[in-house]
Design a protein around this ligand. Structure first.
Ligand SMILES: Cc1ncc(C[n+]2csc(CCOP(=O)(O)OP(=O)(O)O)c2C)c(N)n1
Ligand code: SF4
Length: 298
């Protein structure tokens, strides 16, 4: 007997049109639909070169049911800042400006324009969807690729740890920073709603497991995303008023004994096939250090 798949609620159906070329199991449509469901069509997306610029569809049309400005790789935050300022000058207050960029476009090449926009506190929501490599051009490492992960430019596994961009943005003193995951769309939805209600610069770091680049079964995207949280490796939190506020799905894992072993997350992904015991220990140490930092800032 064939299983009946319930139709998406209307507000989700109206966000991203079918027929876009994302890979099976891609995290981008999950995140994008959730963001659009929270913000509505009165949103201008600024999207630099990335998998999303293909999914959003530079050719032949636009698959996102909102306005999209396709921009050069390094410039998402600058262009979004300019649009936000132009809207302000015209007295338009009901349009959201969202920069949506990958980890390459954020943690590496877009870091200078991102830092400038944050320091000037422009009224934008910047979403870094983090699939932990340059996927669109064939899985090259970025500074957000984790230690030990295979990419085409780290054939023996990356030697350096992952750059923590959320903490870099917190150091900018912006009004709102949050981490999120495509494995927890309700949490992402609530954070986008909150970000939209706060004036000034908002940064969301969205963990986005990519089956093609991470080498896992496309049916496992949500499982991999949730395991990152359940092992304590990816912590869901918000930062505002100078403090960290732990989000619901991550609360149990403040207690280390409740966390699943990190190996459960790693072994689902082909990119960690060659990881050494030493590297796993270094990742465990990174997780302990991250939680210590969170506890000190709560
Ligand atoms: C200045 C410049 N350098 C390189 C490229 C080629 N390029 C296009 S997309 C891309 C990778 C983007 O990676 P990321 O931002 O992580 O997004 P993802 O593809 O993973 O979604 C690269 C290197 C470019 N378009 N412009
Ligand atoms: S490579 Fe990854 S992020 Fe890019 S479209 Fe495919 S699944 Fe999505």
């Amino acid at each position: 007997m064939s299983r009946q798949i319930p139709p998406l609620p209307k507000y989700m159906r109206d966000t991203l049109y079918p027929g876009h070329p994302a890979c099976h199991g891609c995290p981008i449509p999950i995140g994008m639909k959730t963001v659009l469901a929270a913000l509505g069509k009165n949103t201008i997306f600024v999207i630099p070169a990335s998998c999303t610029s293909i999914v959003a569809g530079a050719w032949p049309g636009n698959s996102i049911n909102a306005s999209v400005v396709h921009v050069a790789f390094a410039s998402a935050a600058s262009v979004a800042s300019g649009i936000a300022e132009a809207l302000k000058k015209r007295g338009i207050r009901d349009v959201h400006v969202v920069a949506w960029a990958g980890d390459g476009g954020t943690a590496d090449i877009g870091m200078a324009s991102l830092s400038g926009a944050a320091e000037r506190n422009h009224n934008i929501i910047y979403i870094m969807y983090d699939n932990e490599a340059y996927m669109n051009t064939g899985i090259q490492r970025s500074s957000a690729t984790p230690l030990g992960a295979w990419t085409t430019t780290t054939p023996l596994g990356k030697r350096e740890p992952k750059k923590d961009v959320a903490r870099i943005m917190i150091a900018h003193g912006v009004p709102y920073v949050a981490t999120a995951s495509v494995g927890y769309p309700h949490d992402l939805y609530a954070k986008i709603k909150k970000a939209a209600s706060i004036p000034g610069f908002k940064f969301i770091h969205l963990h986005a497991p990519c089956p093609t680049g991470w080498r896992f079964d496309p049916g496992q995207t949500i499982k991999v995303a949730q395991l990152a949280v359940e092992t304590g490796l990816w912590v869901l939190y918000e930062y505002y008023n100078g403090r960290i506020h732990l989000s619901g799905p991550s609360r149990p894992y403040i207690d280390k004994s409740k966390r699943k072993p990190i190996i459960e997350y790693l072994r689902l992904q082909g990119r960690f096939k060659g990881i050494s015991e030493e590297e796993i220990k270094a990742i465990e140490h990174y997780v302990d250090e991250l939680w210590d930092w969170i506890k000190r800032h709560m």
